[in-house]
Design a protein around this ligand. Sequence first.
Ligand code: IMP
Length: 423
Amino acid sequence: MNIDLLLGLQWGDEGKGKIVDYLTQKYDIIARFQGGPNAGHTLEFNGIKHVLHTIPSGIFHPKAINVVGNGVVIDPVIFKKELEALDKYDVNYQDCLLISRKAHLILPTHRLLDAASETSKGKAKIGSTLKGIGPTYMDKTGRNGIRIGDLEFDNWKTKYRNLATKHQALINFYDVDVQYDLEELETEFFEAIEKIKSLKFIDSEEYLYNAIKNEKNILAEGAQGSLLDIDFGTYPFVTSSNTTAAGACTGLGIAPNRIQRVFGIFKAYTTRVGSGPFPTELFDDNGKHMAKIGHEFGATTGRPRRCGWLDLVALKYAVQVNGVTNLMMMKADVLSGLNTLKVCTSYNYNGNQIHHLPYNLEAEDLEPVYEEFEGWKEDITKLTSFEELPDTLKVYIKFIENYLDVNIKIVSVGPDRKETIMR
Ligand code: IMP
């Protein structure tokens, strides 16, 4: 074993944080490869709930080394708050948290630009988390960004000032009302930079290459979900990074042939935050049940998540793009109590039945075609083995496995680390 990947297969919020935390004892290194503080990874154990945004989910395990890869974008202000939250739990992050020099910094003006861009879009807005993700990746690919490694050189503040000034001009260009006090934002930003500078910076590609040579086991942790991938997601309602398996190679500097297993995580139903197409979205009591029982509110923004039936057409697409070898089904307990369950197995589109994700998922004449299943009434949160699961849930699982042609190895039956059934 060398490198395994762990990815979300839907529109994010599948429960990656919980599973990374659960699997961590099997790995020496947990490495986050893309995204930024738009993510909110929730971990629960010993009755306490922790939410991480940028820091990898292996941080609570004393032996794991946590790497923030070059593909990640870091907001120092949020990062500092995350570190301060860890201080309460005596986490030794000075030794077990390493940051790639090539990771890009989110500046205060990136956040303002995000807000200006979203406001200017009106009804067509993406529903961004407004954490500055899009503008930061734009500066990265536009070759204007500031990287963590720049902080080791004296001239970084000149680079910063030039970029911030350009951003201010761009904010004015949008001609929308964005109120801000840059001086105040910068005081907080520069203070946070000092905190970040106390951490260890590495060349993650070199570090991981040596780790692989020394037979260390690495888990690459994704953020968001495959349908939010900048290339393969429901563009333009996506995030600005490659959330799919290939992103782990570019976001960490690891070679594709080192990757062994690809763990794909999905919820037993579907959710989405922000705008964009969602064919199986529910507006009835079933959707309300999922939202209420599943506590479907964004871990980063607190926004209510849209809920709907499991979409196997979309899931199969994600399994294919990522080369998923093992599936993990989350939040099965949330469906307990529903009389009938549905899964989408094809779409009616333009008068034809199709089994693939069409280019335009927003089309008005696209209708999901469902298969129905009997639900289960019992509380499954205390069950510890696959055999104990209700028969109707086993039928539901078997159908999904057959459709996707990949086995489900983990069924999560509650938010706590302990409420996880390994098969
Ligand atoms: P951004 O990445 O903050 O610009 O947001 C772009 C889209 O991705 C919006 O629809 C967000 O709601 C969504 N998004 C970003 N991060 C997450 C996440 O961690 N979970 C779920 N949705 C996300």
